[in-house]
Design a protein around this ligand. Structure first.
Ligand SMILES: Cc1cc2nc3c(=O)[nH]c(=O)nc-3n(C[C@H](O)[C@H](O)[C@H](O)COP(=O)(O)OP(=O)(O)OC[C@H]3O[C@@H](n4cnc5c(N)ncnc54)[C@H](O)[C@@H]3O)c2cc1C
Length: 410
């Protein structure tokens, strides 16, 4: 079995793995990032680049280049009840970034990959390479087995960092089990045409028993139609017309345009999970991002939280890794200590929204849900709308990049 040696092996090229790989390589740490797919063009897993991530990009000098990517800058979000639009979240006035960027995740990951490859020789990204098992010696993880197009081989590293998402192979291999906190919904995901007379806003819309989020992607709408968990097969057993009728009720401006949805195959269903590991480490192994804590789509925070984990891991581990180790488990546990509280708080808020808003909105017997009068009154003030924006935009313990770039950035 061929063997490759590196200082850090990252399994998973999602937001957590790619940003961590970039940050470590930038700090002078030899790193191999394994991504099992051939490209980043896969199911939707979030498009929202929040101010916390914009600040990280600014810290590492990538913001100007990131700004060149096609994107929508969203500075406020609303909820629609019938024809009434309720302003809810307002980034305007927040510092240093008063917007979030909507960028397809594959563009974002391609961007990090190309910047990493161009700038840092230590950034070794291997596509179509899947981590299949952990290699352990003396009770310590010391590498991973890899399946690649050219065959199987081993990577040996001072530390393995599992960023392989909520169905993490390495989490199972390590015998770690996450506590499932439950989610009442899954999401149907599809595109709809956008016309000049449509609203400009990105918004959530509610009607009796239904809910949908529409993301303005410029020339089309990305729709996230929320359905009760486990109801996917029932929907698909029925005619597509039922979905069209529900969409038109949620967003009447689609009237006459929904024949573009011709078959259920055009509608993907994405499973929503909220879970968290009690222990994010084993000797030689650290788990971050969804591998440690799967996030609900509520607030669009999952990518950003995964990136915050990556920044904390890089800040804490890069100095020792650059020197070649050793990395003891106590140091890995410091990453969990730093990131666990913000994760718990955000997940607790997501669970509240799931229970109080989503479950009620999806209950078929429900009357159309309404924002309570007092909250509606309060939400007319921008300072009040800034509070949820600050919460989802910057989170509870915003991480800043503390490592120095080892090679000059052109
Ligand atoms: C329906 C839905 C909508 C969402 N919407 C948003 C949103 O709008 N904004 C937001 O911020 N978050 C959103 N989220 C959450 C967000 O997608 C996740 O929290 C985020 O993607 C986590 O990033 P990650 O890097 O930890 O994992 P992932 O994004 O899951 O990345 C894991 C990567 O590892 C790769 N991989 C898996 N196994 C292996 C292996 N064995 N070897 C090598 N590679 C492997 C995968 O191919 C993948 O590229 C949403 C989630 C859902 C379910």
């Amino acid at each position: 079995m061929p063997v490759i040696h590196t200082h850090c092996c990252i399994a998973g090229g999602g937001p957590a793995g790619m940003v961590l790989g970039y940050l470590l390589a930038r700090a002078g740490v030899p790193v191999v990032v394994l991504e099992k797919h051939a490209d980043f063009l896969r199911d939707f897993r979030g498009d929202t680049v929040h101010p916390s991530t914009l600040r990280v990009l600014d810290d590492i000098g990538l913001l100007a280049a990131f700004d060149q990517l096609p994107q929508q800058k969203v500075d406020h979000l609303g909820m629609r009840f019938g024809t009434r639009l309720q302003p809810a979240i307002d980034f305007r006035g927040l510092k240093p970034f008063a917007y979030m960027a909507l960028v397809p995740q594959w563009d974002f990951l391609d961007f990090i990959a190309s910047q990493g490859r161009r700038r840092y020789a230590h950034f070794d990204l291997r596509m179509r390479h899947a981590a299949t098992a952990l290699i352990e010696e003396g009770g310590r993880v010391c590498g991973v087995r890899v399946r690649a197009p050219e065959g199987e081989f081993d990577i040996r590293a001072e530390v393995v960092i599992a960023c392989d998402g909520r169905h993490s192979t390495l989490r199972s291999a390590a015998g770690l089990t996450a506590t499932d906190y439950g989610a009442p919904m899954d999401v149907m995901w599809f595109r709809l045409p956008r016309e000049a007379t449509d609203p400009d806003d990105t918004f959530a819309s509610f009607s009796e028993g239904h809910m949908m989020v529409l993301l303005n992607r410029g020339d089309y709408w990305q729709a996230a139609f929320v359905v009760p968990k486990g109801s996917d097969a029932d929907w698909r057993a029925g005619p597509l017309g039922v979905l069209r009728t529900a969409i038109e009720k949620l967003a009447p401006f689609f009237h006459g345009r929904l024949q573009v949805l011709t078959a259920w195959e055009e509608v993907k269903t994405l499973e929503v999970r909220v879970d968290r590991l009690a222990r994010w480490t084993r000797p030689g192994l650290l788990l971050i991002g969804d591998a440690a804590h799967a996030m609900s789509p509520i607030g669009g925070v999952g990518i950003n939280l995964a990136i915050q984990d990556a920044v904390a891991a890089s800040n804490l581990l890069a100095p020792t890794l650059r020197a070649g180790g050793p990395i003891d488990e106590a140091l890995l546990r410091r990453v969990q200590s730093r990131r666990e509280a913000p994760t718990r708080l955000i997940q607790a808020l997501q669970l509240q929204v799931q229970q109080r808003l989503i479950s009620r909105a999806l209950a078929h017997s429900a009357k159309p849900i309404e924002v309570p009068g007092l909250l509606r009154w309060l939400l007319q003030f921008r300072a009040v709308r800034n509070l949820p924006a600050r919460l989802v935009g910057y989170g509870f313990r915003a991480e800043r990049v503390q490592t120095q770039a080892m090679t000059p950035v052109p």
